[in-house]
Design a protein around this ligand. Sequence first.
Ligand code: GAR
Length: 208
Amino acid sequence: MTSGDFKIGILVSGRGTNLQAIMDAIENGELNARIAVVLSNKKEAPALERARKKNIEAVTLNPKSYADKKEFDLALAKELEDRQIDLVCLAGYMRILGPEFIQKFKGKIINIHPSLLPAFPGLDVQQKAIDYGVKFSGCTVHFVNEEVDGGPIILQAVVPVHESDDAESLAQRILIQEHLIYPRAIQMIVENRLHIENRKVSYKESVS
Ligand code: GAR
C-alpha cells in the first residue's frame, strides 16, 4: 500500500482536537493515510470546520432525521462504505455504535478514551478519576467491540494526577498525550503491525 492509499473515516461530535492531531500527523508525514470523510452527528461541531479548512469532506447526519438508532447507524455505515474506508476512527464521537455497525466494520473501528482502561469507562471520566483518588490516569486507544470502551487495547499513555487538579486541568494534561498516541496507533494499523490474540494486542515488525 502506498502512502495515502489507506483511507480513514473519522467520526466526531465536538471540538475535534484529536481530528486535528491526525490531520497534522498526515501533513507532517508521520501518518501515511488519507482522511476520506469526517462524519458528525452534530452540525455545530467545530471539528467539521477543522476538516473543511483542510479540504476534507465533512458531513453531518442528524439522528433526528432517522426512524431509530439502527437506521442512523446504517446511514453512517453507508457513508463509510461508499468511500471504501479501511479504518473508522472515533475522535470524540459521543454516541454508542450499535451492534450491526460494529459487525459491519469488525476489527476496523478504533477509539480514543481519556482514561487508562479498563478503569473509568463511560463519561466524565476525568472527574471520576479525581473522585476515586487515583494518582495516575491517562488515555487509551482501543479497538471497538460491543462492550462500551471494552475492546482490545492498542496504546496507552500515563499522566500524573495532581492534588490541585480539577477535571479540566486533568483533561488538558491527558489531551496532550491523546494527540501523540492516536496518530501513532493509526500508523501501526496502516503498517499492519498489530496482532490480536484473545483480547491481547501485540506488536510485530512492519510487513507493508
Ligand atoms: C477526548 O478527550 C476524547 O478522548 C474523548 O472526548 C474528547 C474529544 O476531544 N472521548 C471520549 O470520551 C469517548 N468516550 P476532541 O473533540 O477535541 O478530540
